[in-house]
Each structure stands twice: as structure tokens, then as C-alpha cells.
Design a protein around this ligand. Structure first.
Ligand SMILES: C[S@@+](CC[C@H](N)C(=O)[O-])C[C@H]1O[C@@H](n2cnc3c(N)ncnc32)[C@H](O)[C@@H]1O
Length: 216
């Protein structure tokens, strides 16, 4: 089963509806009033079933979502309709964003960039830089090496094959230096961490969350 089919399967049996609290904080911190959001283009990169695309659209942004899973995008379309919101959705790979240079005011890449090896991450970072306007903001998360749920390591150090629902998917666990190297060219606003546990704390997931800005 290929990567796209794996993600289709993932999106067939689950659908997150609520935005991450960290994403909400990022939005409110930078664009507190509805006037400040008016007309701004916001890309949800790796949007999945669209929980953040819907949030961005309802919060007054011109929302866009891209993903490799057609089922994720169909879920997102349905979710937007249910919520009376609208966004432009496109099928595309994270490292080939189908928009022109300097197009977006903000890019959200939540829980998506680490699904690939390190060189994939670097390409995605370059693409985000390309499509962001000068002065535009990025909010991005990276799974980190403190994660205790890595799966089987591949030939590349810290790149794993997933397990438990992520079988067949590659992902890379970042340290701070590597995550920042993916964001070469950006001004870093802050680097923070978030953690969650599952299965009575037997599984620990840890991530970096980074806010960055493309200089004016
Ligand atoms: C863990 S989900 C996160 C979805 C969404 N950002 C959220 O916070 O709910 C990861 C998403 O990345 C997408 N994805 C993984 N690899 C991708 C790739 N190479 N190109 C485009 N999307 C990809 C998956 O289809 C999935 O929707």
C-alpha cells in the first residue's frame, strides 16, 4: 500500500473536528481582531479532514487547504459545507505546493512535515518559504526525538517506519537544530514544545512547535 492509500485509510476511520488549542493561540496572538484578518490568505498545509481549514475560514481568513489524501479532502469539503464555511481545497504533496510565489499571508503546517525523511522536510521548508509573502507567518510542528513511539528505524538515522495505525508511513524525528535548519531563511519568533501521552501513558508523543516569519 502506498503513502496516499495509507493516508486515505487513516482518514476513512477518523475525523478530528476541533482545532488544536496551540493553533488557536497562534491565530489570536497575531490577528486578534476580525478586521486584522480580513482578506488574508491562510494555507492549511496537510489539512487532512480540515479541522483547521474550517477554523481559519470561520475566523475570517481566505482559507486554502492541501493534502495528499483524497478522502481527507472529501471529509474537509463536507465539514466546510456543514459549517457554512468555504475554502479552496487542492490535492497536492507537501513538497510541491500548487500556488505561486509570495501568495499566502500565513501557512499552518500542523502535524504534517515529519511524514517523510529529512530531505523531504527540507524541500517542504523551501516550498513554504516560496509561497509565503514577505512578512508572512508560519506555524509548524515537528515530531521530536523524545518521542517513545518511533517504530522501525530505516537506513536513515531518526527516520522510522510507523506502527499502530501508521504502518507503512515514513516519519522523521527532529531535534531542535534540524527543525531550525528546515526553516532556513526564516526569522524564528519562538520555539516551543508540546507533549501528550496515550494508552495510560505507555505512549509519549512530543513535538516542537515553531512560529516563524519571512522577513520583509
Ligand atoms: C497527522 S495528519 C494532520 C492533519 C491536519 N494537519 C490536522 O492537524 O488535523 C497528517 C496529514 O498530512 C498529510 N500528508 C502526509 N504526507 C503528505 C504528503 N507527502 N503530501 C501531502 N500531504 C501529506 C496526510 O494525508 C494527513 O492529512
Amino acid at each position: 500500500m502506498g503513502e496516499k492509500e495509507r493516508w486515505d485509510r487513516h482518514h476513512s476511520d477518523r475525523m478530528l473536528r476541533y482545532p488544536s488549542e496551540d493553533v488557536v493561540r497562534f491565530i489570536v496572538r497575531n490577528w486578534e481582531t476580525s478586521q486584522s484578518r480580513n482578506g488574508l490568505r491562510a494555507l492549511d498545509l496537510g489539512c487532512g479532514s480540515g479541522r483547521h481549514t474550517v477554523y481559519l475560514a470561520k475566523e475570517g481568513f481566505r482559507a486554502y487547504g492541501t493534502d495528499i489524501s483524497a478522502i481527507g479532502l472529501a471529509n474537509a469539503e463536507q465539514f466546510l459545507r456543514q459549517e457554512g464555511a468555504s475554502a479552496e481545497l487542492k490535492w497536492s504533496a507537501l513538497d510541491n505546493i500548487p500556488y505561486q510565489d509570495d501568495f499566502f499571508d500565513l501557512v499552518l503546517a500542523w502535524e504534517s512535515i515529519h511524514y517523510g525523511d529529512y530531505s523531504f522536510g527540507r524541500r517542504v521548508g523551501g516550498e513554504i518559504f516560496r509561497v509565503l509573502k514577505s512578512g508572512g507567518r508560519l506555524f509548524i510542528s515537528f515530531r521530536s526525538r523524545d518521542d517513545n513511539h518511533p517504530g522501525e528505524e530505516t537506513a536513515e538515522r531518526f527516520t522510522f517506519e510507523g506502527r499502530e495505525g501508521e504502518e507503512g508511513l515514513l516519519f522523521h524525528l527532529y531535534d531542535r537544530k534540524e527543525a531550525l535548519s528546515v526553516l532556513e531563511g526564516f526569522e524564528i519568533v519562538y520555539v516551543d514544545r508540546f507533549f501528550w501521552t496515550r494508552y495510560n501513558q505507555s505512549q509519549l508523543n512530543t513535538s516542537f512547535m515553531i512560529e516563524a516569519r519571512k522577513a520583509l
